[in-house]
Design a protein around this ligand. Structure first.
Ligand SMILES: [Zn+2]
Length: 104
């Protein structure tokens, strides 16, 4: 399980509904005859692609992920922390709200 900072949409306060991820796609290309001369052989897109689903991972910039608001579709960058159980996550959220109330 994860927590994000900032945890809510900076525009409307809504929850994140999606995380932007990326994956590798192998686009099929076909040789195009260059007037019968092998050294003039070119290529064009063949029209189909194969998605490598094992390559899917969060899109990160400056070690931050991109989140999409479930209410207004606004996109914002946030740091992402992984927690291995609910107790660990609750402790992190408590520490975060303490830091916020103390103005840190
Ligand atoms: Zn929003």
């Amino acid at each position: 399980m994860f927590t994000f900072n900032p945890r809510n949409c900076p525009k409307c306060g809504g929850h994140p509904g999606s995380i932007v991820e990326r994956l590798v796609v192998y686009a099929n290309i076909e040789p195009v005859d260059g007037f019968g001369k092998p050294d003039r052989l070119g290529y064009e897109y063949g029209g189909d692609s194969e998605v490598n689903w094992n390559s899917q991972e969060p899109w990160k910039e400056d070690d931050k992920v991109s989140l999409i608001c479930v209410d207004c579709s606004h996109r914002w960058d946030a740091s992402m922390s992984q927690h291995y159980n609910a107790e660990d996550m609750a402790r992190a959220i408590h520490a975060e709200s303490l830091a916020k109330s103390e103005g840190r």
